[in-house]
Design a protein around this ligand. Sequence first.
Ligand code: COA
Length: 310
Amino acid sequence: MAGLKITGWGTALPERVVTNEELAKQVDTNDEWISDRTGISERRIGGTTAGLGADAGRMAMERAGVDPSSIDLLILATTTPDRRVPATASTIQHQLGLDCGAFDLNAACSGFMYGLTAAHGFMRAGMERILIIGAETLSVITDWTDRNTCILFADGAGAVVVDRTEDDGDVLGFSLSSDGSLEDVLYCDHGGFLEMNGREVFRKAVLVMEKAGREALKQAGLEASDIDHVIPHQANIRIIEASMKRLGIPMDKAIHNLHCTGNTSSASIPLAMVNGIDEGRIHERDLVLMVGFGAGMTSAAAVVRWSVEP
Ligand code: COA
């Protein structure tokens, strides 16, 4: 059966760096507390979702060596579209000179994984090349006077180009879930700011990360011990540590860069993925478990066999 392979990748981060020390001048917090409890030292903010998404998408197409005219579909995972209408995907489609369908997908911080899974299905439906972007400007919906949330969230974008393969492709197994009964633990009303019950999100996140990871592994017919790298959603280093423990995968297999990006929601997994590639950690044939969770509460995981030498 047809599938997809990842052939190009790109990222974009705003220039403006906000350090923990800078936040400590605005709210009652300090660098030591934020670093210890979250693993975050600094984050980037600024720009628009379309601007960041287009920059990451352009880089991904350049790295894949493909022409914008060859893209059949643009999927933008975002929880912070620039406007309510139209979809920010359409703005990016125009900025990149794509001649294809484009839509926004909101599954909160699991968005990029939902996008990858959707692309897998579109390939089986006959498409040839898809650009998947995760892009966010969470700074716009963050209350910078609320120490509960402003220490966590940030802006950025990551993107991949995926090509159709005639064999099963890179995605060996996946899992998607949502539990709307938990919507009040993390939400943002129209015109409002992110509201969060941090302890509850933490507790549930660890459970859904394990469940999603195990389901994707089972579908792939693999064991946790087969996995070479885990690319988890970059929300909190302690959530990553606890999830890795529950999955029975050593922490040194986790790829993380949240110390310098913060939580960028849909952008976080592709940002960490490209970081892992740039550091020379991911190689052809490696088995990678990507697993995310987010408001909803959603979760999403995929086991990917990396098929191109980065
Ligand atoms: N700076 C300094 N102190 C803070 C603080 C801050 N930003 N936020 C809370 N505190 C204090 C509390 O007042 C409390 O003090 P007390 O013990 O004197 O009462 C203490 O630190 C512990 O608070 P608590 O809320 O239990 O902290 P925590 O260990 O749960 O950490 C989070 C808070 C938000 C970092 C953590 O719960 C978390 O990361 N949750 C998941 C959030 C997440 O990932 N959201 C996105 C999902 S996609």
